[in-house]
Write a protein that binds this ligand. Structure first.
Ligand SMILES: [Zn+2]
Length: 140
C-alpha cells in the first residue's frame, strides 16, 4: 500500500454563527469570526489517497483524473464563494454546519468519498492558514 497526496487551493469567505444561540453568545464564543459580513481565507487542501501501485502504469491513481475530481467536486464549488451563503453544507438552516476548518475537512471528505477510482481516500487535510490545519480520516 502506498499513499499519494495532491494539493489544491481555493479562496472562500465565511463567518462563524450558531443560529441556536443569542447574538451575545455568538460574539462571546466566536469573537470577530462572528461578524456576519464574513472574512476570507486562502485555503490549501491536501487529499491523500491509498492504494496499490499499478505495475503497468506505475501510478496508484491517474493524477490528471484526481486533479479533475478535486476541481469538480471541491474547488469549483468553494472557490470565490461565501461558504455560509453559497455552499449547501454550510448554508444557514437546520442542516448547515458552521464552516470551521474541521467541518470543511469533513465536508470535503464526504464530497470525495467513492469518487476516486482505484484508490481509497486516506486523509483530507485543510489549511485555513499556514499555522492552522485540520485532518480528517473518515469515521474510524
Ligand atoms: Zn475565518
Amino acid at each position: 500500500m502506498i499513499l499519494l497526496t495532491r494539493k489544491a487551493e481555493f479562496s472562500s469567505a465565511h463567518y462563524y454563527w450558531n443560529d441556536a444561540w443569542s447574538n451575545e453568545e455568538n460574539e462571546r464564543v466566536f469573537g470577530k469570526c462572528a461578524n456576519r459580513n464574513g472574512h476570507g481565507h486562502n485555503y490549501t487542501l491536501e487529499v491523500t489517497v491509498e492504494g496499490e501501485v499499478d505495475p503497468v502504469s506505475g501510478f496508484v491513481v491517474d493524477l490528471k483524473e484526481l486533479k479533475d475530481i478535486l476541481e469538480r467536486e471541491v474547488v469549483s464549488v468553494y472557490d470565490h464563494r461565501h461558504l455560509n451563503l453559497e455552499v449547501p453544507e454550510f448554508a444557514a438552516g437546520p442542516f448547515g454546519k458552521i464552516p470551521t476548518t474541521e467541518n470543511i475537512a469533513i465536508a470535503i471528505w464526504e464530497r470525495l468519498q467513492g469518487k476516486i477510482p482505484n484508490a481509497r481516500l486516506h486523509r483530507v487535510r485543510v489549511y485555513e492558514m499556514p499555522d492552522l490545519f485540520a485532518d480528517y480520516y473518515g469515521e474510524r
